[in-house]
Design a protein around this ligand. Structure first.
Ligand code: HSE
Length: 305
């Protein structure tokens, strides 16, 4: 095989209470990426979109992930990577993870799948480091594995794919940019034991809710007493969107990754559509341009085209 095209999906990291440890993959939006054998040893990157992302491999998230992989190969491959990015950078929908995970998935396919999924997560985290200054796997893992994933540890890597019931997911992306590095810097470094206990209860409840297919438990557990109160100040209309969507029947939701996108989970498709209407109402009234998605849990992750 000397050419592969894939779709690499958007992801929602944190899932409200599980900062840096929980995430899920969405059916939409997704990036389209093609990796093919080039003419000379090394890596060339081309963008088909207008986002103006760097093309030098060291500063490109897909490039950094591929360079990490190349270091473990016996000889330097010739790779030409073309990215059509539909997931807007800085949206909180795992744009950088889609690039990094998509690139290493495609490269592994060209190499005859010599690396394991854990290896791919390890390489892709180098891309996340370029994007946000820290290695985290809560977008990369659901992107590569699909579904809902738990990162019990990144050193050493210990990943669990959770079973989950059918879920509809509504996302609103107010068109403002929140840099993950900024959204991480404003967080408090210390947590009170009282808050930690509440958060542990919610994380355990959410994991149990997914595994038992208990929608009500999922809804009750979508509560974050540590990160959301700090980060939500960066997102205009956040409290109103959340309140109105839950009143419209959503199970619950919150900030997608580091924001500014907000997501809501629903049991029924009709509820997910009603939630979209509420989201649009708030941002139209606030005069903030926005994009919405009504989509589903993507249980496969990256797909070959
Ligand atoms: N867990 C990361 C954060 C995800 O919230 O900073 C960033 O997409």
């Amino acid at each position: 095989m000397n050419k592969i095209s894939i779709t690499s999906p958007a992801t929602i990291a944190n899932l409200v209470c599980g900062f840096d440890i929980l995430g899920l993959a969405l059916e939409e939006p997704y990036d389209i990426m093609t990796l093919e054998t080039g003419d000379r040893p090394g890596l060339e990157i081309f963008h088909l979109d207008e986002h103006g992302l760097p093309t030098d491999p060291e500063n490109n998230v897909a490039g950094a992930a591929l360079l990490a992989m190349m270091e473990e190969l016996d000889s330097i491959p010739s790779w030409k990577l073309t990215i059509d990015k539909k997931i807007k950078p800085g949206s909180g929908l795992g744009s950088s993870a889609a690039s990094a995970a998509g690139a290493v998935f495609a490269a592994n396919a060209l190499l005859g799948n010599c690396f394991s999924k854990d290896d791919l997560i390890r390489f892709a985290m180098f891309g996340e480091k370029v994007a946000s200054g820290v290695k985290h796997a809560d977008n990369i893992t659901p992107c590569l594995l699909g579904g809902v994933t738990l990162i019990r540890s990144i050193h050493p890597l210990d990943i669990v794919k959770l079973s989950a019931p059918e879920l509809f997911i509504t996302v609103v992306h107010p068109q403002i940019e929140v840099r993950t590095s900024d959204a991480r810097q404003i967080l408090k470094k210390d947590v009170q034991l009282k808050q930690a206990i509440k958060q542990w209860g919610n994380i355990a409840g959410l994991v149990a809710g997914f595994m038992q297919g208990d929608h009500a438990l999922i809804g009750r557990s979508l509560e974050d007493v540590i990160i959301e109160p700090v980060r939500s100040i960066l997102i205009p209309g956040f409290d109103e969107v959340k309140q109105n969507c839950i009143a419209a029947g959503a199970l619950g939701g919150g900030i997608s990754g580091s924001g500014p996108s907000i997501f809501m989970l629903s049991k029924q498709k009709e509820t997910a559509a009603a939630v979209e209407t509420e989201m649009k109402k708030v941002y139209t009234r606030l005069g903030i341009a926005h994009k919405t998605y009504v989509t589903m849990l993507n249980s496969e992750g990256i797909r070959t085209l």
